[in-house]
Design a protein around this ligand. Structure first.
Ligand code: C5P
Length: 253
């Protein structure tokens, strides 16, 4: 299946809708994060969901269990397909989020996918130590991924470099959603921008990613649809990409 999720890091609904109109049919779905959500509010989620688009609502909920559960229910009502929480909110918070997703499903809607952010890729070992975490970032990522799995999360967000270790620890039914895609067919004239721990699309899939979050290499291209097609061609070369839903690649769902 197509694993490409487009990061709609744009300031307005008009800009987001122009991108989704250009890319519809060539990608799996769209990620709405803090910038677009804060500018346009829930209506942009509803609008895309009503058009049949898969929306990953990337608001990284991190609060007491009751509040996070309520946020998951609200996001489900908007029609979001995937949403996320911070794993560092703990097992009870993640379990409450998973139970809220289950309740959303029993209310006649499809169960949303809930995934956990482990360690932000901007956190170095030094930055982790400064907040009292003395494991290496790689160890902390696997620790939190295992906790997320035990709490009923459907998967995690992880940098491409962490994917193999998480896949080994958490198995093949666990979603790994990977940003930081650069190089290969996702190379831009402007280079890596602010991303540092990057991987090309094909390599990220081979490492075990389920979905690739791609922003500027596609959204910043003069022809976003052609840029997406170039990534698709690279992914076809891995043998892990199929337009035939019956033929799933390893780790894809
Ligand atoms: O434009 P680019 O491809 O860098 O976009 C990547 C997207 O993934 C952005 O929306 C960014 O916020 C998000 N992200 C990330 N690194 C993480 C978590 C999320 O780049 N560790």
């Amino acid at each position: 299946m197509n694993p490409i999720l487009i990061a709609l890091d744009v300031p307005s609904a008009a800009a987001a809708l122009a991108l989704t109109d250009a890319l519809r049919g060539s990608v799996a779905g769209y990620k709405i994060g803090s910038q677009l959500f804060t500018a346009e509010g829930p209506s942009i989620v509803r609008t895309l969901a009503e058009r049949g688009d898969k929306v990953f609502l990337d608001l990284k909920f991190h609060d007491i269990s009751n509040t996070v559960a309520g946020a998951i229910e609200s996001a489900s009502h908007l029609g979001a397909w995937m949403m996320n929480v911070h794993a560092s909110g703990g097992q009870a918070m993640m379990s409450a989020a998973a139970e809220a997703a289950d309740r959303a499903a029993t209310a006649g809607r499809p169960r949303p996918l809930v995934i956990a952010v482990t360690v932000l890729t901007s956190m170095s070992a030094e930055a982790l130590a400064s907040v009292g975490v003395h494991r290496s970032p790689a160890e902390q990522v696997v620790h939190l991924a295992l906790m997320a799995k035990a709490s009923g999360m459907d998967g995690v967000v992880a940098s491409p470099q962490e994917t193999t270790a998480i896949r080994d620890a958490c198995g093949h039914d666990f979603l790994i959603v990977t940003p930081g895609i650069r190089g290969g067919s996702a190379e831009q004239t402007s280079g890596r921008q602010d991303q540092s721990r990057t991987m090309a699309p094909g390599d990220a899939m081979r490492a075990g990613a389920s979905y690739l979050v791609v922003g500027r290499p596609i959204t910043g291209a003069s022809d976003p649809r052609s840029a997406a097609q170039a990534v698709i061609e690279e992914l076809r070369g891995t043998g892990l990409f199929s337009t035939d839903p019956a033929k799933k690649g390893t780790g894809l769902s």
